[in-house]
Write a protein that binds this ligand. Structure first.
Ligand code: BG6
Length: 511
């Protein structure tokens, strides 16, 4: 089937590269949690459907709740039915589910880790998984230090094959805790064993930014402060906090999105070309540009960041509650569900170019995009008499949901006079490649099995990200929060966000 499609559509050639991971055990900490059900197990199942899993593998759930193997298998079957990209097929599911096991333990109980080790050793003997182990910590950040320590104490940090550890975000909750977590990790694992997730890097359209920038010759000459006027990065969501009120109320939009996804999108867009396309060269360039973000003073933070929190409203005709009425959210909560801010990168390429970042929950539309706005031409040949309102060129990376790239430029409207208006030149994945891209977690799980950390965040990147974010969190603690709620669900955020960008003579892009 695949071969026929490849033959029929030459554009798809080369899309699937043969990479077979070695036999391994994948151990999920927090196996009965939301992330395992919604993302990890469906991603593993999709890898199974596409024949990307190793010839032999064990998926071992490790969590506090008691479960027998058949119970966790049934639970995961439900999860896959509900959340998988590809429909569940009984033949694939039957063989996939035979590889799922469960070890029950409190996460702070060393004996449980020893039992886990005995099970993994037994699997290696009986099932041929060759000592290769991938630990996935899908647990809240406050549990991570102890788990890491106990993995070390139980000697699960090394084995006869590879041992790798994936850490789900958030990585720490400020600069100090992230530095501390890195220190702890490095006492037990080598950096080459550590895979810090930022699932935005696993998105196809984000990976394509590397290719678009570095496999094409036309961009590099204009990718700098001389030609680029400003950049807007938007992560807009329609969802509220769903079932994660407790986590979110303790976190907020700045920590939840900007610190990681927002700044990684920025880094991929602004990094220098690496010497080679290798994990360390790419990550060094990202770390470098992240370190060049100019820290902000208290006054800049006060005047240059906007916080919002959604009140009740309607999205797509559905009435939704305000943030303070969400389950497990404090009724007087001052946690932000919207942020807008401006930052500058102080290096030769970007000095003076403003980068506007915004994110929010319960906005009218789910869209993530990076919009590069270029300077207007130096001479207004056509706009002089006011008949034509010239708009600047912009290049937009549509990260989701409609992945693609579009270039906006001015064009003559057909007719006898000289009127012009902007038009778009569009590339869309679906029309060029004809197939939905894999989910971010599929790519990232596969890469971690293959030992490729390119799309994972290195310790110095995470610390550079926090070095910019932590002072904002500190300043906010000393500033009176705005009168929350300050935007209605289903609108584009607080009025203050519009006023903030208007002060620079600009507008947010209409999405
Ligand atoms: C997660 C955040 O990292 O990203 C969530 O914790 C957010 O709050 C999610 O909803 C968005 O991811 P995606 O892939 O749906 O854009």
């Amino acid at each position: 089937m695949l071969e026929t499609r490849t033959v029929m559509n030459p554009l798809r050639e080369g899309m699937r590269i043969a990479r077979a991971p070695e036999p391994a055990s994948i151990i999920i900490f927090g196996a009965t949690g939301d992330l395992a059900r919604r993302k990890l197990v469906p991603a593993l199942y999709n890898l199974a459907c596409d024949n990307y899993l190793p010839p032999v593998y064990n998926i071992v759930g490790f969590a506090r709740k008691p479960r027998r193997d058949d119970e966790i298998r049934a639970e995961y079957q439900k999860a896959v039915t509900e959340f998988s990209r590809q429909k569940i097929q009984s033949q694939v599911w039957d063989s996939f589910s035979q590889n799922i096991f469960y070890v029950q333990s409190n996460l702070d109980d060393l004996d449980g880790y020893k039992r886990l080790k005995a099970e993994l050793d037994r699997f290696d003997q009986e099932r041929g998984t060759a000592g290769n182990r991938l630990f996935y910590l899908a647990v809240p950040p406050e549990l991570m230090p102890e788990i890491i320590e106990l993995l070390g104490k139980a000697e699960l940090n090394h084995s006869t094959g590879y041992t790798r550890i994936i850490l789900e975000k958030p990585f720490g909750r400020d600069l100090n805790s992230a530095v501390h977590l890195n220190k702890m990790l490095h006492q037990v694992f080598d950096e080459s064993q550590i895979y810090r997730i930022d699932h935005y890097l696993g998105k196809e359209a984000v990976q394509n930014i590397f290719v678009f920038r570095f496999a094409n010759g036309i961009l590099e000459p204009i990718w700098n402060r001389t030609y680029i006027n400003n950049v807007q990065i938007t992560v807009a969501e329609t969802v509220g906090v769903e079932q994660r009120g407790e986590y979110y109320d303790n976190s907020g939009a700045l920590r939840d999105i900007i610190q990681n996804h927002g700044l990684q999108l920025l880094a991929v867009t602004t990094m220098e070309p690496p010497a080679e396309f290798t994990p360390d060269d790419v990550r060094s360039e990202k770390a470098q540009v992240l370190r060049s973000i100019r820290p902000q003073s208290f006054q800049e933070i006060r005047d240059g960041t906007v916080r919002g929190q959604y009140g009740p409203g309607a999205i797509g005709g559905i009435v939704v509650p305000g943030y303070r009425s969400e389950p497990e959210v404090a009724p007087e909560s001052v946690t932000e569900t919207y942020v807008a801010l401006k930052l500058y990168i102080e290096n030769w390429r970007w000095a003076g170019v403003p980068f506007y970042l915004r994110t929010g929950k319960r906005l009218p539309k789910r869209t993530t995009e990076i919009a590069i706005e270029f300077n207007l031409p130096p001479l207004m040949l056509f706009g002089k008499d006011g008949a034509n309102q010239m708009e600047p060129n912009s290049l937009v990376f549509n990260i989701q949901p409609d992945e693609g790239i579009s270039l906006k430029f001015e064009s003559k409207i057909p007719g006898q006079d000289n009127r012009i208006r902007p038009v778009n030149m569009d590339f869309r994945y679906t029309s060029s490649f004809g197939e939905a891209a894999p989910e971010a977690y599929e790519r990232l799980l596969l890469d971690s099995m293959l030992g490729d950390p390119m799309l994972f965040t290195r310790y110095d990147e995470v610390e550079a990200q926090w070095a910019f974010i932590s002072p904002i969190l500190d300043a906010w603690k000393h500033l009176k929060p705005p009168p929350f709620p300050n935007y209605e669900s289903g609108t584009w955020g607080p009025k203050a966000a519009d006023e903030f960008i208007q002060r620079d003579g600009r507008k947010w892009r209409r999405l």
